[in-house]
Design a protein around this ligand. Structure first.
Ligand code: NAP
Length: 485
C-alpha cells in the first residue's frame, strides 16, 4: 500500500525539488506528469538522484492529460526516463507502445491505465477493463469520474471483486465523490493512491493533498445526504470542530436519490463512514434502511443523524435534544406552559416531542389543518387553524414553518397579535439570524430564542455521537456566524 504524489511542475528542476518535498511529506513514490510541463524535457538529469521511486507519465489529451505528440516521441521520453532511474512508466490501455520492451524499457514496470472523465460504468465493465489492463502490463490502474452514489457503489463493488483475484490493482474515483475512494484506498484493496503535493496542485479531479491524506489514513469520515444538497451550514460547523479539536476527520457531501439510499447505507459500512446528517427529502424514507432507531427518532418519525456503530446503523433525531438544550440555555422551563407550535412538518414534530417530554401543553396550528391534527394526535396536543390563534394566550410560541427563511417569503407565519410581553418566542429558522418572526416578537416584549441555537446543539450532539467527543459550542457558533455574514 503506497502513496504516490503526482507532481505537476513546469520544469524538470522544479519536479526534482518537488520529489524532495514529497519525501519529507511521507510519499512512497512520485509520478512526474511530463505532459503538464511547459514542454517535454530532453534532460532528466536533475531527477536522477531524486530520493524516491519515480513513475513517468505522459498522459495524452484523449485520456485527460495535455500530451498531443507522437508515439515515437513518447517512447523517446520513456527511454530517457528509464535511463534516469525511473522504475515505472504509465501507458494507457489502448497505447500501441504496450508490449514494447527494448533494452531501456525492460528495466521498468508498466502501469496500464484507463481513465473515464465522464462517469463510472457498471461493475462488470470496470472488472473487464481492469482485467484487460492487468493482462497488458504489470499493474492495472482505473480512474473513473464518480458523479453519484450509485456510481460510487459500482466502484466499491468492483474493488471488492478485484480484491478476490489476489492481483495488485489501483482503482480510484475522480470528480465530486472521488475523494473518499482515495482516503479509503487501503480498505478498497488498491495497492496505491495518488495525492497532490499540496492543495491547488492536483493533477486529477478529486485528488487529495498528501498532508490531508496522511492525516486521514485512520481518520473519521462523516457527511451529509439529501437531494438536492443546497447550501448547508453543517459542513462548516463539523469541519471547524474537527480542526479546532485536533481530530483527524472530514465531512463530505453524499447527494442521493431515494432509490440510492440502500446503496449509501451499504457504502457507510464498506467505507467505514462514521456517520451522516440526513436532510430533505430523506429524513423519513431512510428509516427503513437502518438497523435501529433511538427513542427520539421513533417519537418524531424522522431521522436527522445516522451513526455507524461497528456496522450497525443507528438512526437518531438530534433536533429534539437540541431544542431542549436551546430552551435550557435560555433559562426557559416549559413544564406546564401553554405552547403553540406553528407548522406540522419535521421540525414541528421534533418540537412537539421535546415539549411533550418536558411537560408542556401543546397546541398545533398549521396551514393544512389535517396535518396539524395528525401532530396533535401523536403528541397529545390540540389542533387549531392558523386564524384561530389570534384570540388565544400562549406562554411559548415556536415557528416551525420556513416562512421568513432566506429564499422564502419574508412574512410572519401567524398574526403578530399573538405575541405579548413575558412570552418566549422561538424561530427554528437560522438563516437569516434575525427573522421577521423574531423581530416582531422582540418588539412586542417577548424573550426570543433564535434557530441558530437549535442548529448548533443538534450539530454538537451529532458530532459527539460520531466521534465520542463533544465539540465546544463557541467553535460551532463561530462557524455559523461566518455563514450568516
Ligand atoms: P417541512 O417538513 O416541509 O414542514 C414545513 C411546514 O411549514 C409545513 O407544516 C407547512 O405547511 C408549513 N409551511 C410551508 N410553507 C408555508 C407557507 N407558505 N405558509 C404557511 N405554512 C407553510 O419542513 P421542516 O423540515 O419541518 O422545516 C421547517 C423549517 O425548520 C425550515 O426552515 C428548516 O430550515 C427549519 N429547521 C431548522 C432546524 C434547526 O436546527 N434550526 C432543524 C430542522 C428544521 P403544510 O403542512 O400546509 O404544507
Amino acid at each position: 500500500m503506497a502513496i504516490c504524489v503526482s507532481v505537476r511542475s513546469a520544469t524538470v528542476k522544479e519536479a526534482a525539488a518537488a520529489v524532495s518535498v514529497a519525501q519529507e511529506k511521507g510519499a512512497d513514490l512520485v509520478e512526474v506528469r511530463f505532459d503538464l510541463m511547459s514542454s517535454p524535457p530532453t534532460d532528466l538529469a536533475p531527477l536522477k538522484t531524486a530520493p524516491l521511486p519515480k513513475m513517468a507519465t505522459l498522459r495524452s489529451k484523449a485520456h485527460g492529460g495535455e500530451w498531443e505528440g507522437k508515439d515515437e516521441d513518447r517512447l523517446r521520453l520513456y527511454r530517457r526516463a528509464a535511463r534516469a532511474g525511473f522504475s515505472l512508466i504509465d501507458l494507457e490501455i489502448d497505447s500501441p507502445l504496450l508490449g514494447f520492451r527494448d533494452r531501456d524499457l525492460k528495466k521498468v514496470e508498466v502501469v496500464v491505465s484507463h481513465h473515464d472523465h465522464e462517469g463510472t460504468p457498471p461493475t462488470s465493465r470496470i472488472i473487464e477493463i481492469m482485467l484487460l489492463a492487468g493482462a497488458r502490463g504489470d499493474l492495472a490502474k482505473g480512474a473513473f469520474k464518480v458523479n453519484t452514489v450509485s456510481e460510487l457503489h459500482r466502484l466499491v463493488h468492483a474493488s471488492k471483486l478485484l480484491s478476490l483475484t489476489g492481483k495488485k490493482f489501483v482503482l480510484l474515483g475522480m470528480g465530486p465523490l472521488g475523494p473518499i475512494t482515495r482516503l479509503r484506498y487501503r480498505r478498497l484493496g488498491s495497492s496505491m493512491t495518488y495525492a497532490s503535493l499540496e492543495p491547488g496542485k492536483e493533477t486529477a479531479q478529486g485528488q487529495v493533498d498528501i498532508a490531508s491524506l496522511k492525516k486521514m489514513e485512520n481518520g473519521i469520515i462523516t457527511g451529509i445526504t439529501g437531494m438536492p444538497l443546497g447550501h448547508s451550514f453543517s459542513p462548516s460547523m463539523h469541519r471547524a470542530a474537527f480542526e479546532a479539536m485536533g481530530i483527524a476527520g472530514t465531512y463530505l457531501p453524499f447527494p442521493a436519490q431515494r432509490e440510492e439510499l440502500p446503496l449509501l447505507m451499504e457504502l457507510m459500512r464498506d467505507l467505514d463512514i462514521a456517520g451522516l446528517n440526513v436532510t430533505i427529502p430523506h429524513k423519513e424514507t431512510v428509516m427503513e434502511h437502518l438497523d435501529r432507531l433511538d427513542g427520539n427518532a421513533e417519537d418524531v418519525g424522522a431521522v436527522n443523524v445516522i451513526v455507524n456503530q461497528k456496522g450497525r446503523l443507528i438512526g437518531k433525531n438530534t433536533d429534539v435534544s437540541a431544542l431542549a438544550q436551546a430552551f435550557k440555555a435560555a433559562g426557559v422551563d416549559v413544564r406546564g406552559k401553554r405552547s403553540l407550535i406553528v407548522g406540522a412538518g419535521g421540525a414541528a414534530r421534533a418540537c412537539a416531542a421535546f415539549l411533550r417530554r418536558d411537560g408542556a401543553n401543546i397546541v398545533v396550528a398549521n396551514r393544512t389543518r389535517s396535518r396539524a391534527e395528525e401532530v396533535a394526535r401523536r403528541f397529545s396536543g390540540e389542533a387549531v387553524g392558523l386564524d384561530d390563534v389570534k384570540g388565544m394566550d400562549f406562554d411559548v410560541v415556536v415557528n416551525c414553518t420556513p416562512l421568513g427563511m432566506k429564499g422564502f417569503p419574508s412574512q410572519l407565519p401567524i398574526d403578530p397579535e399573538v405575541f405579548h410581553p413575558g412570552q418566549v418566542a422561538m424561530d427554528v429558522i437560522y438563516n437569516p439570524e434575525r427573522t421577521p418572526f423574531l423581530t416582531e416578537a422582540e418588539a412586542r416584549g417577548c424573550k426570543i430564542i433564535p434557530g441558530r441555537e437549535m442548529l448548533i446543539y443538534q450539530a454538537m450532539d451529532a458530532f459527539e455521537a460520531w466521534t465520542g467527543q463533544r465539540p465546544p459550542y463557541e467553535i460551532l457558533a463561530e462557524a455559523v456566524r461566518k455563514e450568516q455574514e
